[in-house]
Design a protein around this ligand. Structure first.
Ligand SMILES: NC(=O)c1ccc[n+]([C@@H]2O[C@H](COP(=O)([O-])OP(=O)(O)OC[C@H]3O[C@@H](n4cnc5c(N)ncnc54)[C@H](OP(=O)(O)O)[C@@H]3O)[C@@H](O)[C@H]2O)c1
Length: 213
């Protein structure tokens, strides 16, 4: 039977991208995944690490997918094909990490996801899947009714988009917690208590009392 789940395109076939691919495949989503270059460069590792996911080029992943997940180094964001991403829902899981990204002076005046949104003008960017380490994403996902299920925070400007991302987060094994508009993504960035957190939904409320009741 044809799947009615949105098609997931993952840009970045590294630590986070491959773990997310595994979880979406497990949740019966079609998954296309791309690295920075030709699909043949990642084909073998994808076959071994994420059976079921299809290794493609970035442009093919974007063409096939309903929802694009960004799992590449933040400093590479301008290598993304902004024109192809027009009209797409884009989930930004990227963080600024000095050791990897070097100096990014543009971040002095904005949050990283707002910077990405400004570059991807025609896309709708939601920040999610960014604050939890990939090993926790791998280990801590749980079925819906599990006790002590961990949560993923989501920030976005459009309620229909954050609702869809919430469904994706739920389907891969985490309680979704929408924390506000895209600008609220600053509370998830490195240097904040939420960064690196693998905690429950009520813990997220406790960590972000100024924006969540
Ligand atoms: N690691 C974590 O625990 C974790 C958790 C949450 C969020 N994040 C964030 O997720 C992002 C990825 O982290 P990571 O640890 O997975 O990094 P990683 O293991 O270094 O993987 C990065 C991947 O991005 C690819 N890439 C670079 N430019 C690309 C482009 N234009 N299109 C498609 N793919 C491209 C790289 O391909 P090549 O090898 O061909 O260059 C590589 O496959 C970072 O922004 C990080 O802050 C990481």
């Amino acid at each position: 039977m044809k799947s009615h789940r949105p098609v997931i395109g993952i840009l970045g076939a590294g630590k986070l991208g491959t773990v997310l691919a595994q979880l979406f495949i497990k949740a019966n989503y079609p998954v296309y995944i791309a690295g920075s270059g030709d699909a043949t460069k990642i084909a073998l590792s994808i076959k071994i690490l994420t059976p079921g996911a299809i290794a493609v080029s970035a442009s093919e992943a974007i063409a096939q997918a309903d929802v694009i997940l960004l799992a590449l180094p933040l400093s590479k964001y301008k290598t993304l094909p902004a024109k192809l991403l027009k009209g797409k829902l884009v989930v930004d899981a990227m963080n600024y990490w000095w050791e990897v990204d070097g100096n990014m002076p543009e971040l002095k005046s904005t949050t990283s996801s707002e910077m990405v949104q400004a570059y991807l003008k025609g896309a709708r960017v939601v920040k999610a899947l960014s604050h939890m380490g990939y090993h926790n994403v791998f280990d801590d996902n749980r079925p819906h009714d599990s006790l002590d299920r961990k949560a993923i925070a989501i920030a976005g400007d459009n309620s229909a988009d954050t609702a869809l991302v919430s469904k994706l987060v739920d389907d891969i094994g985490f309680d979704p917690v929408t924390i506000g508009r895209l600008s609220a993504g600053k509370f998830l960035e490195p240097g904040n208590p939420m960064f690196g957190a693998s905690v429950t939904a009520s813990d997220i409320h406790n960590l972000l009392p100024s924006i969540l009741e």
